[in-house]
Write a protein that binds this ligand. Structure first.
Ligand code: AMP
Ligand code: ZN
Length: 117
């Protein structure tokens, strides 16, 4: 039974497969299906919030859990020392496609300019 229209809620529910690399009581981290760097992991709160701004307002503690999970993922993926980029695309101009808050942990490469020109 499909419980949600949201693809990341379906991953949390185990209804859509994902390569999970880290899980806590409140967060889940899994590999992006279209990786844009050698390390490209998405970190989400298990609870549905549309974007990181809504998440921060509704549940700041959970937003902190997402950040802590992103740091743990970077360490586990071996990019904590070399550095990584943590991106929360938000809204149309931010290029957000999936409206369940998520951070992209991008590493293993110099990530280049922050904004395309
Ligand atoms: P954004 O543009 O910030 O909303 O990013 C959404 C990301 O989710 C993209 O990088 C997609 O490749 C990724 N994505 C979409 N569906 C899945 C999925 N089923 N499993 C893993 N990553 C996904
Ligand atoms: Zn969701």
């Amino acid at each position: 039974m499909v419980t949600s229209d949201c693809v990341f809620c379906r991953i949390v529910a185990g209804e859509t497969p994902a390569t999970v690399v880290h899980e806590t009581a409140t967060t889940l981290a899994f590999r992006d299906i279209h990786p844009q760097a050698p390390v490209h992991v998405l970190v989400i709160p298990k609870a549905h919030h549309a974007d990181v701004a809504a998440l921060a307002v509704a549940d700041p503690g959970l937003a902190g859990d997402v950040l802590a999970t992103a740091a743990a993922v970077a360490a586990a993926e071996g990019v904590a020392a070399s550095g990584f980029r943590l991106v929360f695309n938000t809204g149309a101009d931010g290029g957000q496609d999936v409206f369940h808050a998520h951070g992209h942990v991008l590493g293993g490469v110099r990530t280049g300019p922050m904004v395309a020109r």
